[in-house]
Write a protein that binds this ligand. Structure first.
Ligand SMILES: Cc1cc2nc3c(=O)[nH]c(=O)nc-3n(C[C@H](O)[C@H](O)[C@H](O)COP(=O)(O)OP(=O)(O)OC[C@H]3O[C@@H](n4cnc5c(N)ncnc54)[C@H](O)[C@@H]3O)c2cc1C
Length: 481
């Protein structure tokens, strides 16, 4: 985990830390012809990747800056973490659009809105050459998604138009030990680490030298956070335990336990109340223990301390308690932000708003890193993706000198959550039109068809149903390599 070293220059000189990255930064501008306007997209997630897909690459000189060279299809990560799907199913390569698009696997550390320049640090492995000053980088809050230090040599990029789509980090509420000892589920690397850990737990517990108490501790799977991610992961894990684990480790399966913790009185608080109750009842029937109104106070290696319960040993702890602001966004001090979430305020055209109250015509912010002032949209892929689509349309008009003044309007298509055993919930009760709710098999069919439809490349449109089918017939793959 590398700490961010960030500063955002808002038209005035900012003092830099003593060992400044500026000294190491190389001025570097995109090599594409200057006749085209330079559009830089920060972040290859739901918002940024959608723009990358839909932008007119012949008219724009497009540069993507992201610490990962792939887009993560987050709704399928819980399935990948237990082997219902293979990891490839949940990623799309950013370089699919090369050579029309310049891609840099790097962190954007600083935005100078006045000079229209960005300072970036490579997120690739360090180069071993003399004089390379290793510098800390803006890293994920998770140990599994931390990136290796770059070369130490940053580079500058110029932009004419900028899209900020850097998302958010995992929230830990500063609970000691979480970053060090818990697993997060934010990208495919996290999913891989979780899958490896689950299999490790069973292989370790299977060793003849262990006592039953040690085995039970190893096979205690704790999930903190009763939102959709925590619930879906618990459900997928339950499916795994009651299918392949029962077959492959019959004597250990009965020792395994899943517990879902939340400080709130109920899980799935963002869903209609009746659907939350349905989910809780289903989990209780399935033997998933729900501990609401529970507060994790400290996490250590292989154990956590819960205020209402005392010491709880675990084999795997998955932490999913919401979003924390991205350090790049946190460091921006010349733009208006939401008091609580610290996300950037935008107007209805998604332009960021300066502290003086003006919309910056050349900078847009979308996804989890932004919110329209006066509106509160959920931090979901649905919102990020719709904003990405809207903005790509706008940019494609702008590049042709055409007007695009229609404000962004969110179309609520409802929320889905998988509950295990081919059952799910679907909530469209807060949509403006066609208010509806579904539970059970029908909702599960909606869940699968929605995510199959949203899958982007033809390759994944083939891979996703193929793995669903293969794993249904032959079971999930439990090999560890
Ligand atoms: C496990 C899981 C399941 C989910 N399931 C659903 C679901 O079913 N439905 C739904 O609607 N939503 C779901 N979500 C929420 C959804 O994924 C997010 O709301 C969405 O990803 C936000 O999109 P974004 O583009 O703002 O950010 P992200 O998708 O998080 O992308 C941010 C990008 O910015 C990059 N980045 C970060 N810092 C920098 C920097 N300094 N410089 C350059 N790049 C940077 C990151 O590497 C990443 O590529 C889920 C989330 C998770 C974690």
């Amino acid at each position: 985990m590398f700490k961010a070293r960030l500063s955002v220059v808002c038209g005035r000189v900012q003092p830099r830390p003593a060992k400044s990255l500026v000294n190491a930064a190389r001025t570097f501008t995109s090599s594409a012809p200057r006749s085209k306007q330079r559009l830089v997209i920060l972040g290859s997630g739901w918002g940024g990747y959608e723009i990358l897909r839909a932008i007119d690459k012949k008219r724009w000189n497009v540069t993507m800056v992201s610490p990962t060279n792939a887009f993560n299809f987050t709704p399928l990560l819980a399935s990948c973490a237990v082997g219902t799907l293979e990891f490839r199913c949940a990623v799309e390569p950013v370089r699919r659009f090369s050579p029309q698009v310049a891609c840099y696997q790097a962190w954007c550390d600083t935005i100078d809105f006045k000079q229209k320049t960005l300072k970036c640090m490579p997120a690739t492995a360090p180069l071993e050459f003399e004089g390379s000053a290793s510098a800390p980088l803006a890293g994920e809050t998770t140990k599994e998604t931390s990136y290796p230090p770059g070369t130490g040599n940053g580079f500058n990029l110029r932009y004419d138009k900028l899209v900020i789509a850097v998302g958010a980090y995992s929230q830990t509420f500063n609970v000691p030990g979480v970053k060090e000892h818990a697993h997060f589920l934010k990208d495919v690397r996290d999913a891989r680490a979780i899958r490896t850990r689950i299999i490790d737990c069973f292989e370790q517990a299977n060793q003849p030298v262990l006592s039953d108490v040690q085995r039970r501790n190893l096979l205690n799977f704790c999930i903190v956070g009763g939102g959709p991610t925590g619930v879906e992961f618990s459900a997928e894990l339950h499916d795994l335990l009651h299918a392949e684990i029962e077959r492959h480790y019959p004597s250990l399966a009965r020792m395994a336990k899943i517990t879902l913790y939340d400080v709130a009185p109920n899980i799935l608080g963002s869903f209609d109340k009746s659907l939350g109750v349905y989910a809780e009842n289903k989990f209780r029937r399935d033997g998933i223990s729900i501990k609401t109104r529970h507060h994790v106070e400290r996490v250590e290696k292989d154990r956590m301390f819960v205020k209402e319960q005392g010491e709880v040993p675990f084999g795997l702890l998955v932490w999913s308690t919401g979003l924390a602001p991205n350090p790049l966004i946190q460091s921006i001090d010349c733009l208006q932000k939401h008091d609580k979430t610290q996300s950037l305020f935008t107007d209805q055209n998604l332009n960021v708003i300066t502290n003086e109250g003006h919309a910056d015509p050349d900078v847009w912010a979308i996804g989890d890193a932004a919110n329209i002032k006066g509106q509160l949209h959920p931090a979901t892929a649905q919102v990020a993706n719709q904003k990405g689509k809207y903005l790509a349309q706008k940019l494609n008009k702008i590049v042709k000198d055409q007007e695009h003044t229609k404000p962004f309007e969110f179309q609520n298509q409802g929320s889905l959550a998988y509950l295990g055993d081919w059952k799910a919930i679907y909530d469209r009760s807060s949509a403006d039109t066609v208010k509806t709710k579904e539970t059970g098999r029908v909702a599960w069919l909606l869940w699968r068809s929605a995510y199959f439809t949203m899958t982007l490349s033809i390759r994944n449109k083939i891979l996703v149903p193929t793995y669903w089918f293969l794993n249904w017939i032959f079971g999930r793959d439990l090999t560890r390599f």
